[in-house]
Design a protein around this ligand. Structure first.
Ligand code: AMP
Ligand code: ZN
Length: 115
């Protein structure tokens, strides 16, 4: 959990920096990506600092379930259940991970590349 102190997503989770929040649950928070790569691009994060998807523990399973339920709820609210969406996680250099705090991308609202 190094870099937790300067973690931008921890700051968003603590409402220390502003984000366009679209959904909040007990252990998760969802907000618009600041640099959207699709018409709809929401990030769903754990409130707790977890550095990446490979740092998840079995004890985090309720939070991970909450993430997918939030994705479902946001997709319904944004009316893309019919047209479809993608939920993905980047890990490491080859995937282009830039923020070391667990986050899931929810992408939709148009035909997505890399099907
Ligand atoms: P990743 O490549 O999976 O690490 O993606 C990190 C994502 O976080 C990128 O899509 C960025 O545009 C997004 N991002 C970075 N800083 C912020 C911020 N302050 N508010 C919202 N989204 C952000
Ligand atoms: Zn963090």
């Amino acid at each position: 959990q190094k870099n937790k102190m300067n973690c931008i997503f921890c700051k968003i989770a603590k409402k220390e920096i502003l984000a366009k929040i679209v959904f909040e649950g007990n252990d998760i928070l969802a907000f618009d990506d600041i640099e959207p790569k699709a018409k709809i691009h929401v990030l769903i994060i754990s409130k707790k600092h977890i550095s990446s998807v490979v740092d998840l523990k079995l004890e985090d399973r309720k939070m991970v379930a909450e993430i997918f339920l939030a994705a479902q709820k946001i997709a319904r609210e944004k009316r893309i259940l019919k047209t479809g969406f993608r939920v993905l996680v980047n890990y490491g250099k080859d995937a282009g991970q830039t923020v070391n705090h667990l986050h899931f991308h929810l992408l939709g609202g148009e035909k997505l590349p890399f099907a």
